[in-house]
Ligand binder design. Structure first.
Ligand code: HEM
Length: 364
């Protein structure tokens, strides 16, 4: 049998899925159909995002990531980010729903809510969100809402529970990224080299020394220009935070050497990003940061849309609505990559690069 466009895309099924709770497309208001379609479009994009993220994670999680693998990871993440960027724009379409248009059918949705978007939760889990960071509302932890035995009465409800449980058992992108960063060469040295710890510690010490010099100059300049602003304590905090970050203060002894090396590698890649050997790694790191930025923009844009459409009402899922959504915009998963930006030095202040030929630069 020849393939047809409609069979290949299963359009008969796809286009019969906008019938609402009534199961009859003819009685669904045009505004409600809009509401259903925009949600379904987002969920379809989430489906693809999850697929790309898993592929990226699998490639990065391999015990040895070859030079050819990093471009493949970059390719997947670039697609994720392009989808997310267009998802941020997509809120414009959602906003064509006026507040009263929405009120015409909103009550029947309760207690259903985007809060139950299990694909969004899978996305967060797969990126590596720490469950302890989640904003709580009500007595039940956010993920437990989805694992509630009350949902087990339907096949869809059981499927949600299975998917969340399975995602939690998977390796996250954050964990795979950290494994990869851990093995990254720093000053030409890798963890297998017997002198690695010494090489990394020397680079970190020199970096911190230069960073402190740079901060001291910044403070003097500001104090002279703005004598009325006492920024001494602020600079002291930044100085202390930089040291704590790069020396792994507060990290349990058993984990500290690994965490210190991961953070140093992230800073090394960002600092010497012009080196030919670091061209693909820095692209990968840039895309991860961009991905998280786009998720935050998505959350912000969703919250602004919600504020415009329902004001400060309680959400259909029972949260504080906009207040709750604004809090979720503070989530950060790839914290080390963000922290690197705070401690980064200008190029001419960096410690001298050892082994330039290793990184693809000629020695002269
Ligand atoms: C008129 C349109 C919309 C309104 C008024 C709205 C409102 C809300 C509110 C108030 C919440 C907080 C939870 C609650 O109490 O219900 C929420 C959560 C959420 N909504 Fe929407 N929403 C809308 C459209 C969408 C669309 C199109 C999507 C796309 C999938 C979406 C995805 C989500 C997600 C993923 C959450 C959970 C956020 C989190 O907990 O991190 N929403 N929404």
């Amino acid at each position: 049998m020849q393939a047809s466009y409609w069979d290949y895309l299963k359009l008969d099924r796809l286009l019969s899925l906008q019938d609402g709770l009534e199961g009859d497309g003819d009685v669904v208001l045009a505004d409600e159909m809009h509401f259903i379609v925009v949600h379904q479009v987002y969920e379809l994009w989430f489906k693809l995002v999850l697929r790309c993220l898993r592929d990226a994670r699998d490639a990065l999680a391999a015990p040895r990531v070859s030079e050819e693998t990093v471009p493949a990871v970059v390719h997947q993440l670039r697609r994720v980010n392009t989808i997310l960027r267009s998802g941020v724009q997509h809120w414009d379409v959602v906003e064509t729903l006026t507040p009263q248009d929405f009120l015409a059918f909103r009550d029947k949705l309760s207690p259903a809510s985007g809060f139950q978007s299990f694909q969004m939760r899978e996305f967060e889990i797969l990126m590596g969100m720490d469950e302890a960071d989640r904003i709580q509302y009500g007595k039940v932890a956010p993920l437990d809402h989805l694992l509630d035995p009350a949902h087990a009465g339907t096949e869809a409800g059981r499927m949600v529970g299975r998917r969340i449980t399975a995602a939690r058992a998977e390796r996250s992108l954050l964990a795979a990224l950290n494994d990869w960063l851990y093995r990254a060469p720093i000053q030409g040295s890798t963890p297998n080299d017997p002198a690695d710890r010494r090489v990394v510690a020397r680079w970190v010490d020199e970096y911190l020394e230069r960073h402190e010099g740079h901060l001291a100059e910044g403070f003097e300049r500001l104090a002279a220009a703005l004598p009325g602003v006492d920024s001494r304590a602020r600079f002291a905090d930044v100085r202390q935070a930089a040291r704590a970050f790069l020396e792994g203060t507060g990290i349990p002894d058993a984990d500290r050497p690994r965490v210190v090396r991961v953070r140093a590698a992230a800073l090394f890649i960002e600092s010497y990003r012009a080196l030919p050997l670091l061209a693909w790694p820095r692209l990968l790191v840039d895309l991860v940061v961009e991905m998280e930025e786009l998720v935050v923009l998505w959350r912000n844009r969703h919250a602004r849309m919600v504020e415009r459409v329902i004001g400060r009402r309680v959400g259909t899922g029972g949260s504080g609505g906009v207040d709750y959504l604004d809090k979720t915009a503070s989530y950060r998963i790839f914290r080390d990559l963000w922290a690197v930006r705070t401690v980064l030095l200008p190029r001419d202040r960096l410690p001298a690069l050892e082994n330039p030929t290793f990184y693809g630069f000629s020695a002269d």
